[in-house]
Design a protein around this ligand. Structure first.
Ligand code: BGP
Length: 475
């Protein structure tokens, strides 16, 4: 009982949130490179290029590009079995539409993967994590354009071939489903790179974008399996369950409708066809989604091997519109859950919701699952040589790991691994700042970019080390 022997304990990051070195090795400019930091709760802005005197936190981040050896050795010391990161598309294809890849970028990831393997750490790789080439946005309108399929598949094929003996676990798009939260203006929380225009039906555009991404992902899955039949290629969802506010059947229906949009992307990736509720919506609203002959067959043939998801919180919806409100930092509309505490950023902490998520996803798709993000952002600062006592983080993780164990033991969930988000402090995707810290390892850098970049272990470092060495028994 409990976690399987080969369980992948690790941590998760994304290239643009920690690598820095945004122009090193002929890297191109990514969407993340032209996004300003959000200040005082304002959403981050995507600019039309790199402007003077604006703060672009991803340019330097925590300089993992130059310091990865030190960082990987710390992950090794914690006992990591896997490490989830993304390959910055702009290191491999600086503009995104070139025919030949950039060797310096490919070499960087070769070196990183070799370093990980030295410590017996399995790389788990996201192809596209909020960092598509900016050139594809400005010249092609990003995923509005069908040409993106060709660019993405070329990128995927290039890295599949190059790393076929070094990487076995892959994911296509990070949190592909969060673009369905149309209440929120364009922020880092989307991989589509699409800037919505005034007056257009955003939802129709979103479905069109999704269609191209589904075809691209399915083609990538097929290519990947041809290159190495041992590859496990997954989709990746942001899975934050939504609960009805009460047992009022109208609340239940509200919840059902909300979950349709959360499930839509997983439904297509895992089942290989469009679900009835989406087809009905297209018909009712007279949406015209451009497709080419063969697209639906491609989607059917390219279903994923496993489902990966991020889990941070849960939401509550009510059929009473007056009770609904925007949630800080979260991409949804909800009422507070009186049974749950909130993090300093207003994210509702719900360990039991993780068991619920694991169980419903298992029932829906009958696929192995991987929790590839989970964690709590805290305000922390280092005073002298004192170790940071991050008991709130330890408590958060212990409660979530306990619920994963129950999902395995009681619900029959097949769980491949667990990657807490940001094992080392990094730039927040939502705010673009350093002060929302997730790490077991502290990085000396503040929002303004000051600091030595020195790494130091927090209390949770030793705690997680013990969790891994006891295979999740000693919490
Ligand atoms: C997810 C993203 C990550 C990460 C995380 C935490 O949505 O996949 O990139 O940043 O959220 O969010 P934040 O950094 O806004 O706290």
């Amino acid at each position: 009982m409990g976690f399987p022997k080969d369980f992948l304990w690790g941590g998760a990051v994304a290239a643009h949130q920690l690598e820095g070195a945004w122009q090193a090795g002929d890297k191109g400019v990514s969407v993340a490179d032209v996004m300003t930091a959000g200040r005082h709760g304002q959403p981050r802005q995507i600019t039309d290029g790199v402007k003077e005197n604006l703060n672009y936190p991803n340019h330097d981040a925590i300089d993992f590009y130059h310091r990865y050896k030190e960082d990987v050795s710390l992950f090794g010391e914690m006992g990591f079995k896997c490490f989830r990161t993304s390959i910055a598309w702009t290191r491999i294809f600086p503009n995104g539409d070139e025919l030949e890849p950039n060797e310096a970028g490919l070499q960087f990831y070769d070196d990183l993967f070799d370093e990980l393997h030295k410590y017996g750490i399995e790389p788990v790789i996201t192809l596209s994590h909020f960092e598509l080439p900016y050139h594809l946005v400005s010249q092609y309108g990003a995923w509005r354009n069908r040409k993106m399929i060709e660019f993405f598949v070329r990128f995927a094929e290039t890295v599949f071939r190059r790393y076929k003996d070094k990487v076995h676990y892959w994911m296509t798009f990070n949190e592909i489903n969060n673009q369905s939260e149309l209440e929120v203006p364009f922020t880092a929380f989307t991989n589509s790179g699409v800037l919505y225009k005034d007056g257009e039906d955003k939802k129709e555009v979103m479905y069109q974008v999704a269609h191209y991404q589904f075809v691209a992902a399915a083609l990538a899955v097929k290519k990947g399996h041809e290159i190495n039949p041992e590859f496990k290629i997954g989709c990746m969802l942001s899975y934050q369950p939504v609960y009805p506010e009460s047992c009022n059947p109208e609340d239940q229906i509200k919840q059902l409708e909300k979950m349709h949009m959360r499930n839509f992307f997983g439904d297509v990736h895992c089942r290989g066809h469009y679900p009835a509720y989406a087809l009905k919506e297209w018909e009712n609203k007279e949406y015209k989604i451009a497709m080419e002959p063969g697209d639906l067959e491609i989607i059917a043939a390219g279903t994923v091997d496993y489902l990966a998801f991020s889990y941070y919180m849960s939401f509550v919806v009510s059929s009473d519109a007056a009770k609904m409100k925007s949630v800080s930092g979260g991409a949804t509309i909800a009422v507070d859950n009186p049974y749950l505490k909130q993090s300093e950023w207003g994210w509702q902490i719900d360990p039991v919701g993780l068991r619920y998520a694991l169980a419903v996803l298992t029932e829906r798709y009958e696929l192995p699952l991987m929790v590839v993000e989970n964690g709590i952002g805290l305000h922390e600062s280092k005073v002298g040589n004192m170790m940071i006592q991050d008991d709130a983080r330890i408590e958060y993780f212990a409660a979530h790991i306990e619920q994963m164990k129950q999902a395995i033991d009681l619900d029959g969930v097949k769980l491949l691994g667990y990657c807490p988000w940001g094992p080392i402090d990094l730039v927040s995707a939502g705010t673009g700042e350093m002060e929302k810290r997730y790490g077991f390892i502290y990085v000396d850098k503040d929002n303004e970019g000051h600091g030595s970049l020195d790494r130091t272990k927090k209390k949770s470092f030793y705690w997680y080390q013990k969790v891994i060495s006891s295979n999740g028994e000693d919490l």
